[in-house]
Design a protein around this ligand. Structure first.
Ligand code: UDP
Ligand code: MG
Length: 215
């Protein structure tokens, strides 16, 4: 299956065609999970997967896997991540799109994407997918900084210098995306500064319509 997709995903036009064909009849539900670095997106996505049967697509994890795979873009992606910069849309969108196409599931959490206006517009244009809603984890920088410096995941960007850059990019580039969807009444905002189980209580209320037994 992966080989099949790689074979067809030679260029953007081809990818679009594949999506058109493969997603044309398949109704896909996508939720964008956004929030600053360290706001708890990954943690809560794992909970949502477990309770509501979504597939978790972390854009950051897909990019890190791409570095590890030794792809020709790996060096470029790595230096962007080290600098807290946003990787070119076509790279991230290709990874997301392949993951959606190869999955048997039809419900996806897209975590950490779109990060800027260009990411958002390009994803819409290429995939024709608009999100059911945007889950926004709202958290103070002070709390996020504490969490990022406290976790030990060996990430090249969890140092104070890169963290400051990521905060700046989040405010300048990513918050406007959240504002855009807010203007479309699509944002569901969560107080993400609370302990993990309390945040998940609020998340659960939002996902109730997607519960396995909900009509
Ligand atoms: N990144 C990117 N585009 C994306 C998602 C991530 O360029 O759509 C890069 C960016 O450099 C970011 C890093 O990957 O700072 C880590 O992203 P991730 O979502 O894993 O972490 P977060 O900053 O949200 O904690
Ligand atoms: Mg993450």
């Amino acid at each position: 299956m992966v080989r099949f997709v790689n074979h067809l995903a030679v260029g953007f036009a081809a990818v679009k065609e594949v999506t058109g064909n493969m997603l044309g009849d398949k109704k896909v539900t996508v939720v964008f999970v956004l929030g600053g670095p360290g706001s708890g997106k990954g943690t809560q996505c794992a909970n949502i997967v477990e309770h509501f049967g979504f597939t978790h697509l972390s854009a950051g994890d897909l990019l890190r896997a791409e570095i590890k795979s030794g792809s020709e873009n790996g060096t470029m992606i790595e230096s962007m991540i080290k600098e807290g910069k946003i990787v070119p849309s076509e790279v991230t969108i290709k990874l997301l799109q392949e993951a959606i196409i190869t999955s048997a599931n039809d419900k996806f959490l897209i975590d950490g994407f779109p990060r800027n206006k260009e990411n958002r517009a390009a994803f819409e244009n290429v995939t024709n997918i608009s999100p059911a809603f945007v889950l926004f984890f709202d958290c103070s920088e002070e709390e996020m900084e504490k969490r990022l410096l406290g976790r030990n995941q060996g990430r090249v960007d969890d140092n104070i210098e890169t963290i400051r850059k990521r905060f700046k990019v989040f405010i300048e580039s990513s918050l406007p995306v959240i504002e855009y969807y807010n203007g479309k009444a699509k944002v569901k905002k969560i107080d993400a500064a609370k302990p993990i189980p309390e945040v998940f209580e609020d998340v659960k209320a939002i996902f109730a319509p997607y519960a396995p037994n909900a009509a």
